[in-house]
Design a protein around this ligand. Structure first.
Ligand code: HEC
Length: 128
């Protein structure tokens, strides 16, 4: 009986302490690394239009993944970054349009990260 209740207590504890966050699928990590690289390239001003177009393609994959997870924040954030990337892609030499687009992209990244990214180390993140 004592063993049983101890086991039960252990199970309860495990249920309480186990994190709700989950390990992201490899594809998701890859898309994020791609977004990071695209963002970095745009900031540096290298191949801006191409990287912004690639970013839109990556965000479509991210959006399709999150669509099944019923998170309004995730979908809104994807859409915001997507619109920003579209604006950057056609900004050309218009520095103001570029800056406005970058702001929109960044707001989308941040919106979703604040809600759904759980950093567990410098190199590892979970989905929450
Ligand atoms: C719809 C939600 C969402 C959007 C939008 C989003 N991210 Fe993420 N991102 C996540 C989540 C969740 C993680 C943690 C899980 C992972 O790493 O896959 C993450 C992790 C990352 C990582 C770390 C990847 C690693 O493990 O090395 C980078 C870099 C990143 N995001 C960049 C970006 C950039 C740049 C943008 C905007 C252009 C962006 N993300 C937009 C959800 C999002």
């Amino acid at each position: 009986m004592r063993i049983l209740s101890l086991t039960f207590a252990g199970l309860m504890l495990a249920a309480i302490t186990s994190p709700a966050a989950e390990k992201p699928p490899a594809d998701h990590v890859k898309w994020m690394k791609d977004l990071g690289a695209q963002m970095g390239a745009i900031r540096k001003g290298s191949d801006v239009a191409k990287n912004a177009t690639d970013m839109q393609a990556t965000l479509k994959l991210v959006g399709a993944f999150w669509k099944t997870r019923s998170s309004d924040i995730a979908m809104k954030s994807c859409g915001e970054s997507f619109k920003g990337a579209a604006a950057v892609a056609k900004a050309g030499d218009d520095k103001e349009a570029l800056a406005a687009g970058m702001k929109m992209i960044g707001a989308g990244c941040k919106g979703c990260h604040d809600a759904h990214r759980e950093k567990i180390s410098d190199t590892e993140n979970l989905i929450k």
